[in-house]
Design a protein around this ligand. Structure first.
Ligand SMILES: [Zn+2]
Length: 182
C-alpha cells in the first residue's frame, strides 16, 4: 500500500512497540546500521573506503578488487589481487578496459615484482602506482591524498557485499569471522 509522506505517523515508522513481533528486532538492526554509518561518516570515510590500517589485509585476502584514488589529481587505478590456494604468492592485475584486467606482477615474500608473464612494463604508471601504495601501506605511511576503496565485493571470496557492516569492512559476515581468527 502506498502511503503519502505526510500521512506517516511515528507508529508507522517505528512500529507498535507494545505489540510483540519480529518487526521490533528488524527495527533494532536498522538502528544499529545507522549508528555504524554515522560513525564512519564522522571519520570522513566514504562508502567503500577502506581504512589505511586494514587496507593491506583486504588487498591480500585472496580475491580482492581495490581502487587507489589520488584525491588531488582524481587519477585512479583499479587492481585485482588474487592468491592461488596453498601458495605464498599473490597475482596482481590492473583494470585496462571494461571488465578487462591485465596481469601486472606478483607479490612474493611481501615484495611486489614484475614477472616474465607481465605484459605491462615496470615504468608504466599502473605498475608504479601499485608499487608505491603497496610499499607505503607496508610502512604505514600512506599519504593522505591517496584513498583506497573496495568495489563492493568481499576481499576474500569476491562475492557481492550487501550488509552495511560488510560494506564498511570489505568482508562478508562469514569471511570476516575467518579473517578475524587468523
Ligand atoms: Zn566473502
Amino acid at each position: 500500500m502506498f502511503v503519502k509522506e505526510e500521512e506517516i505517523t511515528p507508529k508507522d515508522l517505528f512500529g507498535d512497540m507494545n505489540k510483540k513481533s519480529d518487526k521490533k528486532s528488524d527495527f533494532f538492526c536498522f538502528i544499529q546500521n545507522i549508528t555504524v554509518s554515522l560513525y564512519h561518516q564522522n571519520r570522513d570515510m566514504k562508502p567503500g573506503q577502506l581504512q589505511n590500517d586494514s587496507a593491506l589485509d583486504f588487498i591480500l585476502a585472496g580475491n580482492s578488487t581495490v581502487t587507489f584514488l589520488n584525491t588531488q589529481s582524481q587519477n585512479r587505478f583499479t587492481f585485482k589481487v588474487t592468491k592461488p590456494k596453498d601458495k605464498d604468492l599473490h597475482y596482481v592485475s590492473v583494470l585496462t578496459g571494461a571488465d578487462t584486467f591485465t596481469f601486472l606482477g606478483s607479490i612474493y615474500n611481501n615484495n611486489f615484482k614484475s614477472s616474465k608473464k607481465s605484459t605491462i612494463v615496470e615504468s608504466a604508471q599502473s605498475f608504479q602506482v601499485f608499487n608505491f601504495v603497496f610499499n607505503k601501506l607496508k610502512a604505514k605511511n600512506l599519504p593522505n591524498v591517496i584513498e583506497i576503496y573496495h568495489e563492493g565485493n568481499c576481499g576474500r571470496c569476491g562475492r557481492q557485499l550487501t550488509v552495511p557492516e560488510s560494506i564498511v569492512s570489505g568482508f562478508g559476515p562469514e569471511c570476516l569471522k575467518k579473517i578475524k581468527t587468523l
